[in-house]
Design a protein around this ligand. Structure first.
Ligand code: IVH
Length: 687
């Protein structure tokens, strides 16, 4: 083989074409047929040769170059990977009381009295990734994405020394390992210096630098960045590899991963405060940024029993360090109108650095908050920022108040549409009554509609939605689906072009089919976040059924209304919001238009254990159970595919009657609903 430096342009082009073909064939053999026809070393040699030629002849880099393609989706960007076990987030604690309460909740759930043992690990602010190993060999790496679906960044992760290509020693047939990719403070500073010298992008912080480096379509760029990894969690596994989290961390080390050396096993939860203080004191001197400590219950069987609520485990919590503070001048107070009409006062600040982030705006929450703190334009204010939350104004430095300031008067009118802003008795939020007449509400609903947990359309982010709304291209969500018909107009817009317009059309077409939960969430109904949207989707199954039931639920006391407010996690207040939303003809018009534009609203996926005896059953627990707490019983029923309700109706399938059960047991008997004793319930649940 000729040295790369001796190749002519023509020879280089011919060899790149041949390499593209050979590497694609090897990829297909490996990924699609599970039958690699090259050894790792041969394969790596091909890729290296390809990269070397491209580095010397960049103008000959092919559109189908293997360096662009691995892990890349046909339309550009990364291929999506569905996580077999969702990648979740963590609840937060900020003070000893929060942590104590978390421990008490876990104990109550488990029906235990003893102190709990935890593993404590510094919480690094990087990005979480999933690494899948089949027969000990690294086969796929993905970002967290929205928790259910991430991006395939296998090729990029392969360039990291910290990601073993093979696990050392014995490994299960399949194991998925999770951890945090991050950049050290030193590597971050060096990267920014190099970027500055080369006129490249400057990163705001190590987290952004790590994320930007990993999410590169050209893995040669990732290879040139210094990324680190600490492994810390388990995903899918074909066999059990440990019985404690501490034991699992030991296995991770044996397999060749770095585990944060500051991690410790705490015999009891009482040791957490001291650990928190120790890490807090060490924080500034650590080579990487941390923002708290993650505490995980050590016993994996307890973790399993505790399970999850929404997107957060009941067995782990992030105890964050105290918020960082700074003082600055309040230059003005603006009013933002949200998706549901809420008027939120926003402080415009003289820019100030708070813990490494430049802050120019902070929330003032609501009318009462401003009055309580007597915040005035011109004041010097104390600002605080904790983790990812929006910066807040803590207090006013009264000694610095200039002369002539006046108390702030909260507006009675929507600053955007001029409709009256009203505040119902007992509520703190003033709302614009303009509904869909208000341009701000329409725009915020559109932004929400395309957000990540909703329609999540590539190329149609917040900025674009605002731009299209201002330009009159989007007046309501259904207009999004008319955009492909205006592809040429979009291509002609500044900053667009044919390719981006075509990609946008494609991304929109792909979303004409949408899961029910996402659809419900996308509507932006007050109090219907992701978790409640999922509850509703699971409960009602199909869009047609949901819509019919919501209309029927308008009547207070109707079977549909009782059923709705009986869904665990929904309750009276949320039921009212839903009914109100469905009673508004303009909202129904939006839904009708959407139904006309969409191909299909997919029925909610059947519960995990759909084949079990409890699958699809509507179950009510009443009285106290001797062998498990009520929350654990409910969580277990839901895991087995049942729906749990608080009230007994004709539709109830089973009522589990514990000790001292009251009116619900009687109502079950009256309605002829089957009842179970605790022992019968345990047998049915397979315990
Ligand atoms: S465990 C279900 N351990 O924090 C538990 N997360 O707020 C999943 N993180 O997305 C996470 N250090 O990016 C875990 N030692 C650690 C962590 C850690 C940092 C990040 C991770 C996760 C986020 C959750």
């Amino acid at each position: 083989m000729k040295p790369v430096s001796d190749l002519t342009d023509a020879e280089a082009a011919a060899e790149l074409a041949q390499l593209a073909e050979n590497i694609a064939a090897a990829d297909r053999a490996y990924h699609e047929r599970d039958a690699p026809d090259l050894t790792d070393a041969e394969y790596d040699a091909l890729r290296r040769r390809n990269a070397e030629i491209e580095a010397r002849f960049p103008h000959l880099t092919r559109a189908d170059s293997p360096s662009n393609r691995v892990g890349a989706a046909p339309g550009g960007g990364f291929a999506k990977v569905r996580h077999q076990v969702p990648m979740l987030s963590l609840g937060n604690a900020f003070a000893p009381d929060d942590f104590a309460e978390f421990c008490d909740r876990a104990r109550r759930f488990l029906g235990l009295k003893d102190a709990l043992a935890f593993v404590a690990e510094p919480k690094i602010d990087g990005l979480s990734i999933s690494l899948t190993y089949d027969e000990g060999k690294f086969v796929r790496g993905a970002t967290r994405g929205d928790g259910s679906e991430g991006e395939d960044v296998t090729a990029n992760l392969r360039t990291m020394d910290a990601v073993p290509n093979r696990l050392h020693g014995e490994a299960p047939a399949r194991i998925e390992i999770r951890g945090e990719v991050f950049m050290t403070k030193a590597d971050f500073l060096a990267l920014n210096a190099a970027q500055e010298a080369a006129g490249g992008k400057i990163f705001a912080n190590p987290r952004n630098a790590a994320a930007g480096s990993l999410r590169q379509l050209d893995s040669r760029i990732t290879a040139s960045r210094r990324l680190s990894l600490f492994a810390y969690a388990m995903g899918q596994a074909s066999t059990r590899v440990a019985s404690t989290h501490w034991g699992y961390l030991e296995r991770l080390k044996a397999w060749g991963f770095s585990v944060n050396p500051l991690s410790e096993l705490l015999a009891t939860e009482g040791d957490a405060a001291a650990f928190q203080a120790k890490i807090g004191a060490a924080r500034a001197g650590l080579p990487y940024d941390i923002d708290g400590v993650v505490y995980k219950l050590d016993d994996l069987s307890l973790q399993e029993r505790l399970g999850y609520v929404g997107r957060e485990p009941r067995w782990a919590i992030a105890w964050k360090f105290p918020a960082e503070r700074a003082t600055t001048i309040l230059q003005d107070i603006g009013i933002q109108v949200g998706r549901t009409g809420a008027l939120t006062p926003v402080a415009q600040l003289q820019p100030v650095n708070v813990g490494g982030v430049l802050v120019t705006r902070a929330t003032l929450h609501n009318e009462d908050e401003i009055a309580r703190k007597d915040v005035r334009v011109g004041d010097t204010v104390v600002l605080q920022r904790a983790g990812d939350v929006i910066p807040q104004i803590v207090s006013v430095v009264l000694e610095n108040r200039p002369e002539g300031t006046v108390p702030y008067v909260f507006p009675d009118m929507c600053p955007v549409c001029g409709s009256a802003a009203v505040r119902p008795p007992g509520e703190v939020v003033k709302r614009c009554t303009g509904g869909l007449i208000c341009a701000a509400q329409v725009e915020e609903r559109l932004v929400h509609f395309v957000s990540r947990a909703a329609f999540d359309i590539d190329g149609l982010g917040e900025k674009t939605v605002r731009e299209f709304h201002a330009a009159g291209l989007l007046r309501g969500p259904a207009d999004i689906f008319a955009l492909p018909a205006h592809e040429a107009d979009i291509a002609a817009r500044e900053g667009w072009g044919e390719l981006s317009a075509r990609n946008l059309s494609r991304a929109i077409e792909a979303r004409r089919r949408i899961p029910l939960a996402r659809f419900i969430y996308a509507l932006g109904i007050r109090r219907i976040g992701e978790a409640n949207a999922k509850l509703l989707a699971r409960h009602y199954g199909s869009f047609a059924n949901w819509r019919a039931q919501m209309s029927a639920a308008v009547a207070i006391g109707s079977e549909a209304r009782i059923d709705l407010s009986g869904i665990i996690g929904i309750g009276q207040a949320i039921a009212e919001e839903l009914v109100e939303f469905f009673a508004e003809p303009r909202n129904m018009a939006v839904i009708d238009a959407l139904e006309g534009a969409l191909l299909e609203i997919e029925d909610a996926a059947p519960p995990a254990a759909a084949e079990g005896e409890l699958a699809g059953k509507l179950i009510v627990f009443t009285g106290s159970l001797a062998t498990m707490s009520r929350p654990e019983a409910k969580a277990m029923a839901e895991r087995l595919g049942a729906k749990v309700s608080d009230s007994v109706s004709k539709r109830t399938d089973l009522v589990v009657v514990g000790e001292d059960a009251g009116s619900k047991a009687k109502r079950a008997a009256d309605l002829g609903v089957r009842t179970l004793t605790e022992a019968e319930w345990r047998a049915l649940a397979g315990l």
